[in-house]
Design a protein around this ligand. Sequence first.
Ligand code: GDP
Ligand code: MG
Length: 162
Amino acid sequence: PLPVLAVVGRPNVGKSTLVNRILGRREAVVEDRPGVTRDRVTYEAEWAGRRFKVVDTGGWELDVLGMEASVAAQAEFAVEAADAVVFVVDAQVGATDTDEAVVRMLRKAGKPVVLCANKVDGPTGEADAAYLWGLGLGEPHPVSALHGRGTGDLLDVALDAL
Ligand code: GDP
Ligand code: MG
């Protein structure tokens, strides 16, 4: 079976945009409809001659749990089935309480984690990324999923972790 890379993080940090970059094509990523529960979406991908599966998470929210617990819970399901994890944070916003909740879950899970500091669209954003060292997950990899900046380097590191 192909190794599995899960892409997790709170809503709007750019997970689906990153997954599209990894796939090198535009997939129809279905928007969440209120009240509709969706599962994670798995795609087959290839990088540097290696095939793997990439799992895009999100699209559903467990309202009863509230945002923090809900995001952590859905990330947890994906992480359980993964060999390595790309944890995406919005570097322009910085680490939020929800991000911290996901970090606690990732620590417990014990899987290899690559920290993606997304929305670093240009050199001025590098400083935003550096703040994310504070999450305690090691080096934040600056990426612009939107423009493709840094995504190759991120994938190199992620595949090393697989
Ligand atoms: P998800 O909810 O984590 O899957 O996030 P999406 O991939 O749907 O992206 C949420 C929003 O952030 C969209 O408007 C994207 O265009 C935007 N976005 C994603 N990546 C980047 C990036 O690298 N830079 C900027 N400026 N915006 C981004
Ligand atoms: Mg998404």
